[in-house]
Write a protein that binds this ligand. Structure first.
Ligand SMILES: [Zn+2]
Length: 206
């Protein structure tokens, strides 16, 4: 798990980037994230601090997408991986690991739906705030990533997908068991959960 977490943090150091930002930028970040968490859709861009938003986009902490402002793990582009939490409608996730983090952020029992990125078979799994319902039928493929000038959601995320057991080789460094991917997701996004729950002014610089 530690290896996969380190790999993801190396490819996309989201928390590290945000910790270096001033409070105004982090506050806007949490405003965007909280809107997604509460409503399952992007906030209106004009209602946000424009300068902070530009900085967040430059950091790739938010992304201007086809249907609005995306904020990892939430995607504003309809995609192949969706999460339905509690009584809300489905929301698209940026990638498979992002999808696994949403039940924790939403604090709700959730259903994740996707298709195997290798063979197209429909996949579904249940998750909750405490962890994913473990299944050997699904794994996560983490395709080796080369640094790109594109935002994470248009580069790295495309290579982090759910696959069915039949398509996942046993003991391959690029394939994570579901429980392992779930643990990586919860660690990677733990800072969001913490920041949202203690309020925006706690972490990082004043
Ligand atoms: Zn498959």
């Amino acid at each position: 798990m530690a290896e996969a977490l380190g790999r993801l943090r190396g490819d996309f150091p989201l928390e590290q980037r945000l910790r270096g930002e001033p409070k105004t930028v982090r506050d806007t970040y949490l405003e965007v994230l909280e809107h997604w968490r509460r409503h399952g859709r992007p906030p209106e861009i004009h209602a946000l601090d424009g300068d902070a938003l530009e900085q967040l986009a430059a950091l790739d902490a938010v992304a201007y997408q086809s249907h609005g402002l995306g904020c990892y793990p939430y995607s504003a582009t309809p995609g192949g991986i969706t999460v339905t939490t509690g009584d809300g409608g489905p929301v698209a996730a940026m990638c498979a690991i992002d999808a696994l983090a949403i039940p924790m952020l939403s604090n709700a029992d959730s259903r994740i739906e996707a298709t195997c990125s290798h063979c197209g078979k429909p996949l579904a799994l249940e998750s909750s705030p405490g962890g994913v319902a473990n299944t050997d039928a699904i794994a996560v493929h983490y395709r080796p990533y080369r640094t790109s000038s594109l935002p994470c959601c248009s580069s790295l995320c495309d290579g982090i997908t759910f696959v069915c057991a039949g398509c996942a080789p046993v003991a391959h460094a690029d394939y994570l068991r579901l429980a392992e991917a779930d643990a990586v997701a919860r660690q990677f996004f733990a800072f969001q959960h913490a920041w949202l729950n203690v309020g925006p002014s706690a972490p990082g610089k004043p």
